[in-house]
Design a protein around this ligand. Structure first.
Ligand code: SF4
Length: 241
């Protein structure tokens, strides 16, 4: 791949950050924040700059008339929309969204999630959506990868993960989601503290907290194995099935 091709490929993947307050330069006006990268990369000329920025702002649900304002003049939800407009301005095909709604009020979260889904349809985007909120994951995802202390423990389609979770960690996560069906259910948190990622437990990282832990779990790292079509899980219990 040539340097120019590598450069173009990098533009195709853009990032939406968790903190809409820290991720915007407070000294730049909105039009500079949104349009600067597109201008630098030659996607828009000076003559078309205003129209180009207006299109990005409208796509993200913001009034283009606000383009001369600074980030501190916006709410958290509006700032996240500015971040989305900035990412879209370089015409990406993929957005990496790192806890992109976690810092927002719940009512605003729903608006931004709807915006993400509308933009996916409109622009044919792919998302890598990183989230601790399983409700958000179920709502937005096609395929889910569950990680524990830096290791992938399970991956499958969203339907498979939510209907037939295999790994004990995934099962414990899903058991913690409140549902209307189980109004009187007692909340049961996963037992134990999360170990330090700098000094993770031996064998299966989850063994100190796993209700099914066996002696081999302390010494042997479980590998990801297929347990159904397009469904992988890393748990020694699957060797006994
Ligand atoms: S490998 Fe052992 S400790 Fe790890 S999740 Fe499976 S049963 Fe639990």
């Amino acid at each position: 791949m040539s340097a120019a091709e590598a450069h173009a490929a990098r533009l195709k993947v853009q990032m939406i950050f968790q903190d809409p307050y820290a991720s915007l330069n407070p000294r730049l006006r909105v039009d500079e924040i949104v349009g600067e990268a597109a201008r630098i990369h030659g996607l828009v000329g000076n003559g078309d700059f205003d129209d180009y920025v207006s299109t990005q702002l409208e796509r993200a649900g913001l009034d283009p008339a606000l383009r001369q304002r600074y980030p501190h003049q916006f709410s958290g939800g509006q700032r996240q929309r500015i971040g989305i407009a900035r990412a879209l301005a370089v015409q990406p095909s993929m957005l990496v969204c790192d806890e992109a709604v976690a810092a927002l009020d719940v009512s605003i979260q729903a608006q931004i999630l709807n915006l993400f889904m509308d933009l996916r349809e409109e622009l044919n985007l792919t998302y890598l959506f990183i989230s601790h909120d399983l409700g958000v994951v179920e709502h937005l995802s096609d395929r889910v990868v569950i990680m524990y202390l830096g290791r992938v423990v399970e991956t499958a389609t969203v339907e498979e993960v939510f209907q037939r979770p295999n790994h004990p960690y995934t099962q414990a996560l899903l058991a913690e989601i409140p549902t209307l069906k189980s109004r009187h259910k007692t909340f049961t948190a996963i037992k134990g503290e999360i170990p330090s990622p700098l000094n993770p437990p031996s064998g299966c990282h989850f063994h100190p907290r796993c209700p099914h832990a066996m002696p081999r779990c302390k010494t042997e790292v479980p590998t990801l194995k297929g347990i159904a079509i397009n469904h992988l899980s890393a748990c020694h219990l699957n060797d006994m099935a």
